[in-house]
Design a protein around this ligand. Structure first.
Ligand code: CA
Ligand code: CA
Length: 145
């Protein structure tokens, strides 16, 4: 088994997917998680690349959010689409990042992801409330590289 698959058990992975589903019940924003072993370029640049590869820049309101993790590099990035950047303050993701880091530091990756997803959903809700007729534009399943 590769390290990426060791990162979360199947049951933990389902808990993370469920956290995304719940977060998206309150916001039109779309949250995705991508996990890979390592990246040869800067984590932020790679996150942007993955964002595009997963077609996360195709949502109607441009409000997709990617939580990107490079397991072996001990790095993670939260990046949102243009529609979010246009309306939120610069420090918008700071508390989401901190909530994740706190758990990652003690090796609790599942909880870190869930806290990040939940926090991101709560924050997005203010700017992008759920609207009637909302569709699940991006899969809630974890993407693995
Ligand atoms: Ca949606
Ligand atoms: Ca979704």
């Amino acid at each position: 088994m590769s390290k990426v698959e060791d990162f979360l058990t199947a049951a933990e992975e389902q808990e993370v997917v469920e956290a995304i589903r719940l977060a998206e019940q309150n916001t039109s924003g779309e949250i995705r998680v991508h996990i890979e072993k390592t990246t040869s370029i800067a984590a932020f640049d790679r996150a942007m690349e993955v964002f595009h590869l997963l077609k996360m820049d195709n949502t109607k309101l441009q409000n997709g959010v990617l939580i990107y993790l490079a397991v072996d590099d001990h790095s993670f990035v939260i990046c949102g689409d243009k529609g979010i950047d246009a309306v939120v303050p610069n420090d918008f993701w700071d508390c989401t990042r901190d909530a994740m880091q706190e758990q990652f530091k003690i090796g609790n990756f599942k909880q870190g992801l869930i806290n990040g997803i939940t926090r991101a959903g709560e924050k997005l809700q203010h700017y992008f409330p759920w609207e009637h007729g909302d569709t699940d534009e991006l899969s809630n399943e974890i993407s693995k590289g």
